[in-house]
Write a protein that binds this ligand. Sequence first.
Ligand SMILES: Nc1nc2c(ncn2[C@@H]2O[C@H](COP(=O)(O)OP(=O)(O)OP(=O)(O)O)[C@@H](O)[C@H]2O)c(=O)[nH]1
Ligand SMILES: [Mg+2]
Length: 371
Amino acid sequence: MSAEKKPSSCLTEVPGGMAGGHDGLPGSPSSPAVSSSTAPQRKKLSLDEYAAGVLSGDRVILGRAITLIESNAPAHQTEAQELIRRLMPHTGRSIRMGITGVPGAGKSTFIEVLGNRLCDDGQKVAVLAVDPSSSRSRGSILGDKTRMEKLARRTEAFIRPSPTGGTLGGVARKSRETMLLCEAAGFDVVLVETVGVGQSEITVRSMVDFFLLVVITGAGDELQGIKRGVMELSDALLVHKADGDNRARAELARVELEQALHYLEPATPGWISRALCASSHTGEGIGDVWALVLEFIQTARESGAFDARRRGQVIEWVKTMVAEYLDRSFYRHQGVAGLWPEVERAVLEGALSPTQAVERLVDRYEERNSG
Ligand SMILES: Nc1nc2c(ncn2[C@@H]2O[C@H](COP(=O)(O)OP(=O)(O)OP(=O)(O)O)[C@@H](O)[C@H]2O)c(=O)[nH]1
Ligand SMILES: [Mg+2]
């Protein structure tokens, strides 16, 4: 199966996505990676070298392996999939946490503070992003590394911006596979940031164990996904920026949200989603958020919900990729494309019902496919 829409740029070598930073961010100051000006032409790694490098936690090789996964070139895809297959037995041991919220809710700042605390406690933390929108700077959240300046410098942390370009499906596949590589490389916690403005929340929910919705006071419920169903996907709500003048208002909002949560179907069976207040500026409440995550993991493990979700997620992932493949295959099919204008006209004129239109298109698709 081919990956998402291919630019068919005939990449013959994996592009140097890691140049300049151990975290994939351009010009990270403490980069242990060889700086691009002095680096000799990079030697192509064998699959054994990739696998051994990732398993030993070598972040330069991890970065190159992620770049391989992100490449749309068919040869790279084959290699990347074989690498993942080999690493699969070493995956699955991290806590996977998704973090969503409107732009400016303070997600990256929260990750910076939480991530540093976890590293202080001896954990290894990977931070990924899912952002399929091209409207942001170079299509990538976390591009603004100033929000995670300290974390980006730590050797216990690995920060990887969202894969750029492509469909949500393509970005989701790359992020899921990146998460697996990070787990094989020994990261204990994977934090996935996504902007809460569309479908990407559902995608991130489908790849994590615990899902946190970060909200702020005064930004409007509709906009923040509170009325759009994102709340129903969340295992906890964080009323963020609860500091200074805003502290009391945040607490009021928290109480209201927690009441509202009681009326909703829980995002995870057997778990009652809660609302917390915290400030990444003062640090107040951040420890409580992590304590809640740990409590959740324990509860969900004991009830079996944790395992059931992970198993369900991997099967859903396969089905989603099949559906995406079929969708592309259908509309790119020459016979279907040729028949399309005529069918479209007929439906609009009322000469064909939509169901009859589907039958004609599918007949054409199947006839040519089997012939
Ligand atoms: N008062 C206050 N401001 C905060 C807090 N956390 C973040 N901010 C500020 O909120 C702004 C946005 O923070 P970011 O962390 O970039 O927000 P984000 O949600 O990651 O934004 P996007 O990645 O653009 O979606 C920055 O100016 C931060 O300094 C907090 O706890 N309290
Ligand atoms: Mg951010």
